[in-house]
Design a protein around this ligand. Structure first.
Ligand code: 5AD
Ligand code: SF4
Length: 484
């Protein structure tokens, strides 16, 4: 998934806190899914009467929502937990908890060996927080890391603590059944299950009514979204089994879900992440082409350009197959932007394999990429069966080469946009100046332009690009009249 926010702390709030109200401070690491989960946790805590603070020192409860995807993500969390232990020695009443992906993997170390935290709660156990916090208040350490085949938090309304009021994440599925050999997610987040589509549409409608103008449908692998109204078919594996037996069952797939959400309102932008190249269908691409408000942007992780390495990664496609998918996307949606994830230095990767990765980056001409050196994760198929044998220096050098190439391509692609007009959804002030707005175009490119007229976040405008860097387009406003 897109991990642009890794390490960012989660901040709230300007609300006036009633006397005696307990305050929670939540810090989130990892992917968008984790940030979305924090909003579920906030909802459960709010129902328990908690308020929220951005100041860890005034909190009664500190939660870290953790990520296990690479070793350095976990290292950051250990460092933070050691800080909180110091804080706890000044304030013994402070409760400290670990949420999310490190919970199951490291519960014993967290609770018993290092005795760093009071509670450990896995991604499927957030409904249990009232009971767990009760136990902690009663002087015990508490833990629930059970993974579920059913939990989708469908009826919990997320509290949008850190929101710009314009764009929101809507989780549509949880877990992952793919078993990419490098990836810890199937172990930390469990089996794949899809959320009731009607609750997704309802949440999107409510967001629209509150003034939001963009929803991003989130899942580890959105293209394998599959939901059946039959209560006995909760997980994707069960639905697949019934379909394989030739049973006639009602199923809503991702392409259908996209259309349902797109129909909420013509000026509600719909985005989604992450797509798996082996699962994205023509139906999804046709839905994108048909609806103006489904954004022309696909995050399509390739991971490696070498078919041999892809096989070892258990990705389920070859380089040729991936290239055909890219061709098909550009054929059906010519102005589509594609971004990707790349891992350098996976087990046995040779210079020749690396050249293939360079080749696919040149071929796909990604608008953006998240690039990482391989980091072995305990318990994954790769850790069990393969040797992490590429020297660290080679992993890093190959990574630097891919990053350099991608930066050049991003810059070239952005410069090719100079002179073009785009519809932008205003998200807020630009980072650099309160005299400029920033917002994204359909292709997810950030555009900055001088403020003009009486506009606000959530408004759409047409701008004309005048300059570009590898990360941002600079523009001038052309019109505030956008036709839907
Ligand atoms: N090492 C490095 N990168 C990884 N990713 C997942 N697991 C690992 C790992 N063990 C990357 C993949 C994935 C993204 C979310 O993180 O590129 O798509
Ligand atoms: Fe997200 Fe994966 Fe990190 Fe969990 S391990 S927070 S699913 S990126």
């Amino acid at each position: 998934m897109d991990e642009s926010k890794q390490g960012t702390s989660y901040i709230e709030s300007e609300v006036v806190v009633p006397e005696g109200m307990k305050l929670a401070y939540i810090e989130t690491y990892g992917c968008q899914m984790n940030f979305s989960d924090t909003e579920i946790v906030a909802s459960v805590l709010k129902d328990m009467g908690y308020g929220f603070t951005s100041n860890e020192h005034e909190a009664d409860l500190v939660f870290i929502n953790t990520c296990s995807i690479r070793d350095n993500a976990e290292s950051k969390v250990w460092k933070r937990l050691k800080n909180f232990r110091k804080q706890k020695s000044d304030n013994p009443g402070l409760m400290v908890g670990v949420l999310g992906c490190m919970a199951e993997r490291l519960k014993t170390k967290l609770l018993d060996e290092e005795k760093l935290v009071d509670l450990v709660v896995g991604p499927d156990a957030y409904r249990d927080l009232p009971r767990l916090l009760d136990e902690v208040e009663g002087g015990q350490r508490s833990v629930n890391v059970l993974l579920s085949r059913e939990e989708t938090y469908a009826n919990i309304a997320p509290v949008r603590l850190n929101s710009n009021g314009v764009s929101a994440f809507v989780t549509i599925m949880r877990g992952c059944d793919n078993m990419c050999t490098f990836c810890v997610v199937p172990f930390t987040r469990g089996r794949e299950r899809s959320r009731d589509p009607y609750s997704i549409v309802e949440e999107s409608r409510q967001l629209y009514d509150q003034g939001f103008r963009e929803v991003t449908l989130l899942g580890q692998n959105v293209d394998s979204y599959k939901w059946s109204p039959d209560d006995s078919l909760k997980g994707k594996a069960q639905i697949n089994k019934a379909e394989a037996k030739g049973e006639e069952i009602d199923v809503i797939n991702f392409a259908q879900l996209l259309e349902m959400v797109a129909n909420v309102a013509p000026d509600l932008r719909v985005r989604f992440s992450t797509s798996h190249p082996k699962d994205i269908t023509d139906d999804v691409l046709h839905a994108m082409a048909k609806y103006k408000n489904i954004c022309n942007y696909i995050h399509l992780p390739v991971q490696s350009g070498s078919s041999r390495v892809l096989e070892l990664m258990n990705r389920g496609y070859s380089l040729e197959w991936y290239k055909q998918k890219v061709d098909r996307i550009y054929e059906l949606i010519p102005d589509c932007a594609i971004s990707t994830d790349i891992i350098t230095g996976f087990c046995t990767e040779t210079e020749e394999d690396h050249e293939k990765t360079i080749e696919v980056v040149n071929y796909a001409r990604y608008s953006h990429a998240y690039m990482f050196a391989y980091s072995e994760r305990p318990g994954t198929p790769a850790a069990k069966k393969m040797e992490d044998d590429v020297p660290e220096a080679d992993k890093k050098r190959r990574l630097a080469e891919v990053i350099k190439l991608q930066n050049e391509i991003s810059r070239e692609r952005n410069l090719a946009d100079v002179g073009k007009e785009f519809v932008v959804l205003i998200e807020g002030n630009s980072k650099r100046s309160e005299h400029d707005w920033c917002g994204r175009n359909d292709q997810n490119k950030m555009i900055v332009f001088p403020k003009q007229g009486d506009l606000k976040p959530g408004d759409y405008v047409i701008v004309k690009v005048k300059d570009a860097t590898s990360a941002t387009l600079l523009a001038d406003m052309v019109s505030a009249e956008v036709q839907w």
